[in-house]
Design a protein around this ligand. Sequence first.
Ligand SMILES: [Zn+2]
Length: 219
Amino acid sequence: MSGKLDISELVKILISIAYPELQRLEVLPYWGRTSCFAQIRWDDAKNQISIRFNKNVKKWHEAGIIGLVSHELSHPAQKGAGLSELETDRDAISRGFGPYLAIERVYTGKFEDHLIRRGKDRYLGYRSIRAQLTQLERQQLDMLLSQIGLIPAKPSRPITMSHDVAIVDRKTGTTLMIEGHKFLIPENIRNPDIKLLERDCVTYVYADNILLGEFREEI
Ligand SMILES: [Zn+2]
């Protein structure tokens, strides 16, 4: 159990060992309420990065939390826009976090790849992350799984909770990306609480209780 896990300390450690791009930046991680597992926000110049982690994630084993943190850090750390989930997963794997990301996908219920943007983008599932690991990383993953007592399997009930939200502040406005869907956040909303409400396979996206739009879950 990671009840006493210090999220700031963990983020600091991961940046110092694997994210040289972020070493000079101000990165502010914190626990909070969110309808997904994490919500990351950065600005165009990448001066400041804040990450809100869902409080319920505290219940995970630290290895799963490391997987989630690495995915979030990989959003702004990679070259380019940083908004593709597949590129973000690949970036985290390339930095050596593959075994942790695989554990995270067991917790987030993604055994198979989760296709978004009609297959143009995706979250890698446990199975394909495992297939990409080196032999040593696969051993590391198996050790972690047995330590935690986790058995990777397709969830019996699909987990419909969205994985994460990325918010980018640009001079031209603030955009929010969720599962490949882009929404504009009105200028007067500063640091919004993003709420996702799901009804009949449609997810409604709210910023501070103002409806930004909706998207339909892809099957
Ligand atoms: Zn993401």
